[in-house]
Design a protein around this ligand. Sequence first.
Ligand code: ADP
Ligand code: MG
Length: 571
Amino acid sequence: AATDADPVLTDGFQLVIDALKLNGIENLYVVPGIPISDLLRMAQGEGLRVISFRHEQNAGNAAAIAGFLTKKPGVCMTVSAPGFLNGLTALANATTNCFPMILISGSSEREIVDLQQGDYEEMDQLAIAKPLCKAAFRVLHAQDIGIAVARAIRAAVSGRPGGVYLDLPAKLFSQVLDAAEGARSLVKVVDPAPAQLPAPDAVARALEALKGAKRPLIILGKGAAYAQADEAVRELVETSGIPFLPMSMAKGLLPDTHPQSAGAARSMVLKDADVVLLVGARLNWLLSHGKGKTWGEPGSKTFIQIDIEPREMDSNVAIVAPLVGDIGSCVSALSTGMARGGWTAPPAEWTTAVAARREANVAKMAPKLMSNASPMNFHGALGALRRVIQERPDALLVNEGANTLDLARGIIDMHQPRKRLDVGTWGVMGIGMGFAVAAAVESGKPVLAVEGDSAFGFSGMEVETICRYKLPVCIVVFNNNGIYKGTDVNPTGGSDPSPMVFVPDSRYDRMMEAFGGVGVNVTTPDELYRAVSEAMDSGKPTLINAVIDPNAGSESGNIGSLNPTSTVRKG
Ligand code: ADP
Ligand code: MG
C-alpha cells in the first residue's frame, strides 16, 4: 500500500489513456506491436473500446469515418515506420475528405533516428506526416501529453476538419512522474469546434443573389452532412422551396424521396440552374470544377458558397457571394433572412420542370430494378438492396467499387442523414471494411457494405475482425470476376490472365465461414434480397457472394473519361 513516504506515480502510458478519456474518446482503432502493445492492453483495462485490425490502413479508415459520423476525432494507433506509413494513407484520405481523425504512432529513439544510426523501424515520422495532414506534433516529455492531445483534438475538429498526426517515441511511455502533477497536466478541450457566424453583409449578399434567381439550385455536400445541422438545413430547403441536389455522402440529409429532391434530375439541374448555392460541397472534379459541358452555357451560373474554409472560395470559379462560417449558422442566417425579407418561392415553371424530369427518370429506371434475371446484372441486384434499405432506413450503407459504386449511388435511396459512407473525395478503393467496422461500432446499427469484388480485395482480411468482434455487418460482394468486367483476356494469348480479372467464380462467402461468420452464395435478386434481409435482422456477420454477369459493367463505371487512352497502342 502507498504511504506518505511513497509518492503515487503515473507514467506516459497512463497519461495518454487519461488524456483521451478526459476528452470523451471512447473507441481506439488499432494494430498492436512495438511500442504500443502495452498501451492498448492498458487502454482496454481502463474501459476504452479497443478494436484491433489486421492492417493499419483499415484501422485508419475506421477512425476517419468515426470522425465523420460523430464530429469527434476518430483515433487510430499504430506501430512505427511501416505501420505508421500504412496508417498515413488513411490520415491523408481523412484530411482530403475533411474528416477529423488523429493518427497516433509509436516511434523509435529520437537520438538514433536523428543521427540516422539505423534504429529498429527508424523513420522521421513527424516530417513525413506533416505535408499530408492538417497538423503534426511530437511529444518528448510525459508532462506534455495532456496539452499535446488537447492540441491534436482542437486541430482535428476546429475550422475545416482534418487529420492530425501525433508522434509518441517509445521512451515517452515509460517516463514516470508524480501522479498529482500528471493529473494537473491534463487538458479537457472546451468548445473544440466553436460556431463561426457568417458576416451580416455576406448573408445579405447571398440573399440578394438568391432572390434574383429564376432557376435556383441548392447543392448539399458531405460538409453539410458532417455539420449535424440537419434541422437547419431542412428548414432552409423547405422555406426556400429551392430544388436540392445531394452529393454522394449527403444523400439522406434530406430523404432522397423528398419532393424537392433533384437527385434523379442531376444532369438537367446542373445544366439549367442559374443560381447555385453550395452548402458544404466543393467545386472539385466531382462537380466538374463548376464549368464545362456539365454546367451548360459558359457564364450562365452565379455561385453562392457556404464553407467554413475561406480559401475554398474562388478555388475553381468565381464565387459571387461567399458565406464563410459553419453550416448551421450560415443556413440559419439565410432562413432568417428569407423569413424577414418576404421570400417568394422560385418560379413554378422551374420547380415543376425539375419534378417532371425526376419522375420521368425514376419511371424509366423502375422496370430495370424489378428484374429477377440470372446471371444478375447490377440493376437487378441493386434493386433488391434498394428495398432492403427502404425497409431499414436507419441502417448504414458502405459502398465502394466502380460500377458497384456509381450505380448503387443512383439506385439506393437514402432516408436519413450520415447513413451513406463511400469512397469520398479521392474516389479511393479500400475504405470498405474499415468504414463498415467503425459504422457498426459507432452507431450500434446494422451495416450493409456493398462492394465490388476488386474493391473488397483491398480490405477483405478484415472480415476476420468483423467476425471477432461479432459486428452486425452484412457484406455483399458484387462478383463479376474482375475489375470493371470479368472478361478481359491476355492479348498475347499467354497463360497469365489479364491484369483486369480475378479467379473466375470465386466464392468470397467461404472467407466468412472460415472465421465463423455466415457465408451465402446467391445468383438471383430474390435470393439476394432474402439473404441480406436475414443478415440485417439477425445481426450476424455475413458475407454474401452475389454472382454478377461478367459482361455487366463498364470501364471505370461513370468516370471512364478520366482514363488516358493510347493512340499508338499495339496490344
Ligand atoms: P462533397 O464531396 O460532398 O461535395 P466536399 O468534401 O467536397 O463535399 O466538401 C465539404 C466541404 O464542407 C469542405 O469544403 C469543408 O471545408 C466544408 N465543411 C466541413 N465541415 C463544415 C462545417 N461544419 N461548416 C461549414 N463547412 C464545413
Ligand atoms: Mg468487379
